[in-house]
Every structure is written in C-alpha cells, then in structure tokens.
Design a protein around this ligand. Structure first.
Ligand code: SF4
Length: 122
C-alpha cells in the first residue's frame, strides 16, 4: 500500500488530497471537493503529466532567448529529456508567437511552441 498527499492544482481552491493505492492496485482518494480532484489524484499516482516551459536560444534576434512551452501535457518522467533536447536547439529570428519550434518533443507526439514573438535584429 502506498499513500501520497498532495495539493490539487486543477482550480484555485487547492484541496489537499490523500491518495492511496492498495496492493491490488485499487486507488482511493480523499479530500477532494469535486470529481476533478479525484481524476487529478488518480493521474498523479499512475501517469503524472506536465506542461514543459523553458527557453530556446535565438540566432540573430532582438533577444537571445525565446520562451517556449509544450502544446500539451507530456509524461513527467520525460521533462528532463525534453529540457536537454531543447538546450541543443537554436532557432533563427524572426519567430512568431505560436510558431512550432519542435514538432515531436522526445517522441511524445507533443509539439513545442514559442510563447513570444522575437524580431530579427537590424
Ligand atoms: S478537488 Fe476540485 S475543488 Fe478541490 S482544488 Fe481540485 S478541482 Fe478544485
């Protein structure tokens, strides 16, 4: 049996959740004020997901870095691999907000997009 306590991040109420998985794999959740908390706790125990936000180097831009994020959630255990992949990348200015920087980050099927426009240096 394993018990974990964490804060639900699905809304600003931030309910404290206690999730227990017994030896047969049955999960019980307490402390949630709504069904979304239970769903979040189950996901956290079985396959936690996160949006990755970081920055990527820019060549010839008015800024040296452009902020980026994954277009959706990726498995939490892939976050560090994703950061390593993005550290290797340089993109040429200009870059438009929403532009795809990487199509398939560390084989998750999830794209990485720019979250800010960077103009070309004059
Ligand atoms: S359990 Fe429901 S009410 Fe509580 S923080 Fe999560 S989403 Fe919000």
């Amino acid at each position: 049996m394993e018990t974990r306590v964490f804060t639900c991040i699905r809304c600003p109420m931030g309910c404290e959740l206690t999730a227990t998985i017994n030896d047969n794999g049955v999960i019980t959740v307490k402390g949630n004020a709504c069904i979304r908390g239970e769903q979040y706790a189950r996901k956290e125990l079985t396959s936690p997901l996160r949006v990755l936000t970081t920055t990527v180097r820019v060549i010839g831009g008015t800024q040296a870095m452009v902020p980026v994020r994954t277009k959706g959630d990726i498995p939490k255990e892939k976050i560090m691999d994703g950061i390593r992949q993005l550290k290797q990348i340089q993109v040429k200015a200009p870059i438009q907000i929403g532009e795809v920087i990487v199509e398939n980050l560390v084989n998750t099927g999830i794209a990485v997009i720019a979250t800010k426009t960077v103009q070309k240096r004059a």
